[in-house]
Design a protein around this ligand. Structure first.
Ligand code: MN
Length: 198
């Protein structure tokens, strides 16, 4: 079964004025859809290689699989990490784990914003639960797949590719990241993902 683009969990204009409808439409319907298409193409070509026994393209296809597969996963998480009227602070088990692993929510937020705003070029700020170490970590992931950490389950993904924010925020990436936490983040979703991952 090919991968499919998941529908947004809200209307295209639901996150206005903090995340504008035009960016959400392009980002979901063109960019995220492109990763789904690329992932399916990589899987089909790998299946064809296995069927024919011709492994000459496997190196390139493996890289495409990592790029598009990671892009699809992170965008799927990103959309559900936001809601209209978001913001605030986490609660329950996630809040306790953040305090245990980062010292305090404020210290966590400062590290997360610093990691995310300083991505060189295109990438993401990620909060992950590492199943192997039993620890929350903040990762600065380049493109979609580089500088990840084995054992990690992404819980929260903040997109800082220019396509994610440039129409509205232009070069003000830090304003986009600040707005994500002030007005968009859905801590209930992040907390539910933490519960599932743990
Ligand atoms: Mn994106």
């Amino acid at each position: 079964m090919p991968y499919e683009l998941p529908p947004l969990p809200y209307a295209y204009d639901a996150l206005e004025p903090h995340y504008d409808e035009q960016t959400v439409r392009l980002h979901h319907d063109k960019h995220h859809a492109g990763y789904v298409k690329g992932l399916n193409a990589a899987e089909e070509k790998l299946a064809a290689a296995r069927a024919s026994g011709d492994m000459s393209s496997v190196k390139a296809l493996s890289q495409l699989l990592a790029f598009h597969g990671s892009g699809h996963v992170l965008h799927t998480i990103f959309w559900t990490n936001m809601k209209a009227g978001g913001g605030g602070t986490p609660s329950g088990a996630l809040a306790a784990q953040i305090d245990a692993d980062f010292g305090s929510f404020d210290a966590f937020l400062a590290q997360f914003k610093a990691a995310t705003t300083s991505v060189e070029g295109s990438g993401w700020g990620l909060l992950v639960w590492n199943r192997l170490t039993g620890k929350l970590e903040i990762l600065q992931t380049l493109n979609h797949q580089h500088s990840s950490q084995w054992g990690s389950v992404p819980l929260m993904a903040v997109d800082v590719w220019e396509h994610a924010y440039y129409l509205k925020y232009q070069n003000r990436r830090a304003e986009w990241v600040n707005t994500f936490f002030a007005s968009l983040v859905n801590w209930d979703d992040v907390g539910a993902r933490f519960g599932g991952a743990k």
